[in-house]
Design a protein around this ligand. Structure first.
Ligand SMILES: Nc1ncnc2c1ncn2[C@@H]1O[C@H](COP(=O)(O)OP(=O)(O)OP(=O)(O)O)[C@@H](O)[C@H]1O
Ligand SMILES: [Mg+2]
Length: 248
């Protein structure tokens, strides 16, 4: 069953607009998220702008699991990345940013419950702000769900993971810290570590970790979870990952 849309199709005006920055919302390990009010001809919408920190200011800098799988850059870029030069770092950083935006668009198109993408920027991208008024939605990790709600949301998140895998994406950093809780819905964010399920050698290991981490939260909230059964339900199978070296 496809997830119903989070936002109405016309949530954002098309055409001319004016943006007013409303300030810093959150500082993460690798980014800052800013709040922006965009006023078009008929309405004002709130946007979240994710700005990646420059590569040398990120506290999470072990891209080794993730680099090299985001499509081909120029030969000069590839050589610089291999040699670990400053230019190489800058090239990795640019790909990192483009990668998260591309993944967000791909998942939104596939009907995964993510903030609707708005546009890429020089150092990140803009998406719909998930919150009420200017109050950001809490993360699932900060939310207490009763067992009944938790059971429903766990089943919905299984469907989300299945939907991602159906378009060959493994989130790679899925946990209650990267899921927002908004109006009774779980909204997946933070796709910077997403990998391609077909080509990435650690895809299955990351999928297993994603399911395990998320399962931990739901177990603590009274849900009987069976990660193996979940993996089977979301589309994991020996054949699917047969050619990947780190499959277990
Ligand atoms: N679209 C959004 N609407 C509302 N809040 C958001 C949105 N996107 C991100 N946030 C908030 O900003 C925080 C950081 O975003 P995100 O997880 O994408 O970045 P990060 O740099 O990986 O941060 P962290 O190190 O905390 O994981 C989120 O935990 C969430 O609270
Ligand atoms: Mg995060």
């Amino acid at each position: 069953m496809p997830a119903t849309r989070l936002f109405p199709a016309d949530w954002l005006d098309v055409g001319s607009y004016q943006d007013v920055p409303l300030g810093l919302l959150k500082t993460g390990k690798e980014s800052e998220v800013h709040l922006v009010a965009r006023t078009g001809t008929s309405k004002t919408a709130l946007l979240a702008e994710k700005r990646f920190k420059a590569w040398d200011r990120r506290s999470f800098r072990d891209d080794s699991t993730y680099r090299g799988v985001w499509g081909q850059g120029t030969r000069r870029e590839s050589r610089a990345m291999r040699k670990n030069t400053r230019y190489g770092h800058v090239a990795v950083h640019a790909r990192w940013i483009a990668h998260e935006w591309d993944t967000l668009v791909r998942l939104a198109d596939a009907g995964v419950t993510v903030p609707p993408p708005v546009e890429p920027t020089e150092d990140g991208y803009r998406m719909a702000f998930i919150g009420d008024g200017a109050r950001a939605a809490p993360r699932l990790s900060e939310t207490h769900l009763d067992p009944r709600t938790a059971t429903r949301v766990w089943a919905e998140l299984e469907e989300e993971v299945a939907r991602m895998l159906a378009v060959d994406v493994v989130h790679g950093d899925l946990s209650a810290f990267n899921v927002l809780w908004w109006r009774g819905r779980a909204v997946l964010i933070d796709l910077s570590q997403a990998v391609d399920a077909i080509t990435h050698p650690a895809a299955r290991a990351l999928l297993v970790r994603d399911v395990d981490r998320l399962a931990g939260y739901f177990r603590r909230h009274g849900v009987v979870v069976d990660p193996r059964a979940t993996l089977a339900r979301v589309g994991d199978s020996p054949a699917r990952f047969a050619r990947q070296v780190l499959s277990s």
